[in-house]
Design a protein around this ligand. Structure first.
Ligand SMILES: *Cc1c(COP(=O)(O)O)cnc(C)c1O
Length: 375
């Protein structure tokens, strides 16, 4: 086998070797089934058990209350940009969007195809380097959509309550919020604790912290399923249809669901989401500390809004950036290049990235800085 490298990609991202090995072991023959999960009918007890175990494990590791439904859907997180609007608002109605980055903007664009998608906050003028507070919602907003962790810019809603108006949050005795809060947590789900009852709906693409691309997980309050849906909404884009059919209205992405299940079991075995969050804080903390004390590397994000999953950093010139990326590659670290819209570098430190990978990155940055200063 060729040697594995440290993959700092924002997604699809590095998965724990242990999880890949388990999948490899069971690839030809899933225990008791006589075939691969890929070859299994989704209508068999064996697959139904995989699906239900996967769902139950996610419910445990995120402490998802029973009045929330869990759905496994296709089309990645991007399809949720449309589904959230089509299921929570009627055509032409008003929806509020916090525009804190590229994906947040795309979510709003999809909302605008459906209704009156109002940007209630934006940090675009500041190159999305911080999370602006939402002061006020438009009248009759059917929901507020936020992007919990901004994968490209490395920002995060670290403290929901300091950034959002009270009407989108549950009451102090757990009463439902006046306006549903919808959050895209694609790049931080399972990497940091998310209090599910704070939200009406959470969604996430799987390829950052939960397995292979294409799958999206949606966690939503069951009362939202009872809303009347406009007739034009296609059957595959209705949460109610997915919920009534146990996420199997059509053939679900069976192998991706199985892989997500292996990831959830791994999270549980590692001590759960809070234990992994502590590790992720250590990993990102070490990297931010180095950057803050460096004369060469810089991070542009407001400290209180920094993401523990995606750490962005810049070097003085494009040539420095290219040289650094080449050195990193030589040392077995790939995908450190920043997103094409921002440039610079980005290290994504999801659950699958071990501390040793982050330490190697920091050591390499140190070496690079020393050599540059020696010139
Ligand atoms: C990656 C990402 C998406 C897009 O996910 P797809 O599965 O490619 O549709 C959306 N939102 C956020 C925050 C992301 O990180």
């Amino acid at each position: 086998m060729e040697e594995r490298v440290y993959n700092f990609s924002a997604g699809p991202s590095q998965m724990p070797v242990e999880v890949l090995k388990k999948a490899q072991e069971q690839l030809l023959c899933y225990p008791g089934a006589g075939c691969s999960v890929m070859e299994m009918s989704h209508r068999t007890p064996a697959f139904e058990q995989i699906l239900h175990n996967t769902k139950d494990t996610l419910r445990r590791i995120m402490s998802i209350p029973q009045d929330y439904e869990i759905l496994f859907l296709q089309g990645g997180a991007t399809t949720q940009f449309s589904m959230t609007a089509m299921n929570l608002a009627h055509q032409g109605e008003t929806m509020a969007y916090a525009v804190t980055g590229q994906f947040a903007g795309k979510a709003r664009d999809e909302g605008a195809r459906w209704g009156n998608a109002v940007a209630v906050s934006s940090s675009k003028e500041a190159a999305f380097s911080f999370i602006p507070a939402v002061e006020k919602l438009p009248e009759n907003a059917k929901f507020l959509h936020i992007t919990g962790n901004n994968t490209i810019f490395g920002t995060c809603y670290n403290d929901l309550r300091s950034k959002l108006p009270t009407e989108v949050l549950p009451g102090t005795n757990g009463e439902k919020s006046l306006v549903p809060l919808v959050a895209d947590w694609s790049s931080a789900i399972l990497g940091r604790w998310i209090d599910v009852p704070d939200y009406a709906l959470i969604y996430a693409g799987a390829q950052k912290n939960m397995g292979p691309a294409g799958l999206a997980v949606v966690i939503l309050r069951k009362d939202l399923l009872e809303r009347e849906i406009d007739p034009v909404v296609p059957v595959m884009l209705r949460y109610k249809v997915a919920a009534d059919n146990d996420s199997m209205y059509n053939t679900p992405p069976t192998f991706s669901i199985y892989m997500a299940g292996l990831m959830y079991e791994w999270v549980e075995k590692m001590g759960g989401v809070k234990a992994l969050e502590a590790v992720n804080r250590e990993k990102s903390g070490a990297l931010y500390d180095f950057i803050d004390n460096s004369v060469l590397f810089r991070n542009p994000v407001a400290k209180e809004d920094r993401s523990i999953m995606n750490v962005t950093f810049t070097l003085p010139t494009a040539q420095d950036t290219a040289d650094f990326l080449a050195l990193a590659k030589q040392k077995g670290m790939i995908n450190l290049k920043g997103h094409r819209v921002v440039g610079g570098c980005r290290a994504s430190l999801y659950n699958g990235m071990p501390m040793e990978g982050v330490q190697l990155l920091i050591d390499t940055m140190k070496q690079f800085e020393k050599e540059k200063r020696g010139i």
